[in-house]
Design a protein around this ligand. Structure first.
Ligand code: NIG
Ligand code: FE
Length: 402
């Protein structure tokens, strides 16, 4: 058995009850990759006394961060579309004229496996350098059965190359591919659902997602994808109400979705459905910022209804070329008026819930995986406050300290 005892630190456990779940002059014990004890140094049980303590020299320790919504595996970039938007074109108009998601599909299909792995690893390493230990990665830039499966296999490979947990999400219902003439319904029947069945058989998929929007899929089409997910016993989540109110969040909640993501156009009337279903609201301020959004999600209503709010990068080449989870937290505060405590809960406890991982990730407590971030800062609000800082001292991970 391996046992390590750490002391002389401040813990932000993120457990409910007190701000950040703060515990000063704290110690914690890691055994076989799990936390077995955490609390004030003075309360350390006798059984741990013989273990030599490693001092963290007063540093702050939080759960390792979680990026619960990314499209991190893709080829190319869309800087030209960034220019076009600044010249006056809208995101929807660019998508309708063959750019947007379909442009990245072409660039991704043109990239070989090794090239995609290398490009994606560089992005993943940015996240890891900010204390991230769990990253959700969606497919969605392949849009054929084989091309979508390839993206999830690459996502899995990233998790073997780095000490991070990768959650793999089937997002074949991201767009109808440009070269598919039979329409959205036929695409769902011949690609999205059969591909999902293959991904499940290959044990490649942890969750199923879709893009419910005028430029993508209707609620009725998404419902058919969700039915297939239900038959396979795979949890669902949804890109909902990003650009218009399609009542996607209500649909997602009716399937007990782990999360509904974006939500700028979520109507207050639909907030209670999320609360009742325990569906997490995933806020993606990087996309709001990049697309010049003017209407933030209904934060006050979500807060009042007790809907857990997560924060993620939405890392993708079109709407959110953002590789920094700390910047996402800063933006959630400045653009959406989250408190720094909510922003940190959004990348720890709530993010874990958005992935169905709350039993083992996202807080510091006995029974949780020993995935922790040690920071060179005094107070957890500093994580959201600074822009472009590099506050990570080290990660403590079941795979070792790095
Ligand atoms: O989360 N909304 C759909 N998917 C991405 C955008 C993808 C793209 O533009 O390539 C998002 O914003
Ligand atoms: Fe997204």
């Amino acid at each position: 058995m391996s046992r390590r005892l750490f002391n002389d630190c401040t813990l932000a456990t993120m457990l409910p009850g007190s701000p950040y779940g703060l515990c000063h002059k704290a110690a914690f014990v890691i055994e076989n990759g799990y936390i077995t004890w955490a609390g004030p140094e003075t309360a350390l049980p006798r059984e741990f006394f013989p273990t030599a303590a490693e001092s963290l020299q007063g540093r702050l320790v939080t759960p390792a961060l979680i990026d619960c919504h990314t499209h991190l595996v893709y080829g190319g970039n869309r800087a030209r579309e960034f220019e076009m938007r600044l010249e006056g074109a809208s995101y929807e108009a660019i998508a309708r004229s063959g750019g947007g998601i379909n442009a990245t599909v072409a660039a991704t299909r043109d990239s070989g496996d090794e090239d995609l792995v290398a490009q994606s690893l560089a992005r993943l390493d940015h996240l890891i350098a900010e204390g991230v230990a769990v990253v959700e990665i969606k497919s969605g830039y392949g849009l054929t059965v084989d091309a979508e499966l390839r993206l999830l296999r690459i996502a899995r490979r990233l998790g073997q190359l780095r000490s991070v947990k990768i959650v793999k999400t089937w997002l074949a219902a991201h767009a109808v591919p440009r070269d598919f003439d039979a329409g959205a319904d036929a695409y769902i029947d011949t690609v999205v659902i059969p591909g999902l069945q293959r991904a499940a058989a290959e044990n490649l998929v942890d969750a199923v997602d879709g893009f419910c929007e005028t430029i993508a899929f209707t609620p009725a089409q998404i419902a058919r994808v969700f039915e297939a997910a239900r038959r396979l016993n795979i949890p669902v989540k949804l890109h909902a109400e990003q650009l218009s109110d399609q009542r996607g969040a209500v649909l997602a909640a009716s399937y007990g979705a782990l999360s509904a993501d974006h939500l700028e156009y979520l109507a207050p009337r639909d907030v209670p459905a999320l609360a009742r279903a325990g569906t997490v609201a995933v806020l993606l301020p990087g996309a709001f910022y990049t697309l010049g959004g003017t209407r933030p999600p209904p934060i006050a209503a979500l807060r009042e209804a007790g809907v857990a709010m997560a924060v993620a990068t939405d890392c993708n080449p079109g709407s959110s070329p953002l590789f920094s989870i700390l910047t996402a937290m800063n933006m959630a505060c400045t653009l959406f008026k989250l408190t720094p405590q909510e922003a940190l809960a959004g990348t720890t406890r709530a993010a874990a819930a958005a992935l169905g991982l709350q039993r083992e990730f996202g807080s510091i407590a006995p029974g949780a995986r020993a995935e922790l971030a040690v920071w060179d800062i005094e107070h957890p609000a500093q994580l959201s406050y600074a822009i472009g800082a590099a506050p990570l001292s080290r990660r403590l991970s079941a795979g070792g300290s790095r």
